[in-house]
Design a protein around this ligand. Structure first.
Ligand SMILES: [Zn+2]
Ligand SMILES: [Zn+2]
Length: 129
């Protein structure tokens, strides 16, 4: 028996897509911006929860969400989708200013991931200009 394409359901907040959006794929939940860490950088299975810790602006049109795995601590960056909740994105973008969600020594890793171009909470800084 063929497996039917399952509709997306967020395992973290239980978000379900509207009708008619079946078959669409999200790498993270548009509602809570979390995802599942399927495998880590070494290709090993993880299964931890990817929690959103920041947002950075790659270029004018490309925004990415930085997520950190609650299980292995690995950080990944995932392109934002147009379905992502803007309120949630903004609340995350301004979060690192008050309470850094990651150890400072990991900043280097982050900077490398961003190719040295990004800035955590970029949106927030732009607003202050
Ligand atoms: Zn969710
Ligand atoms: Zn992980």
């Amino acid at each position: 028996m063929k497996k039917e394409k399952e509709a997306y359901k967020c395992p973290i907040c239980g978000w379900l897509p509207q009708r008619g959006e079946k078959g669409r794929r999200w790498t993270h939940c548009p509602n809570c911006l979390s995802g599942i860490h399927k495998e880590n950088g070494e290709g090993l299975e993880c299964g931890g929860t990817l929690e959103p810790v920041g947002v950075w602006v790659k270029s004018d049109r490309e925004w990415e969400i930085i997520q950190r795995c609650s299980l292995c601590g690995e950080m990944v960056s995932d392109p934002m989708s147009e379905d992502d909740s803007p309120v949630k994105v903004l609340s995350i973008a301004s979060k690192p200013l008050s309470e850094p969600p990651f150890p400072v020594e990991r900043m280097e890793e982050l900077t490398r991931m961003m190719g040295g171009r990004g800035d955590l909470g970029g949106y927030y800084y732009e607003q202050r200009k």
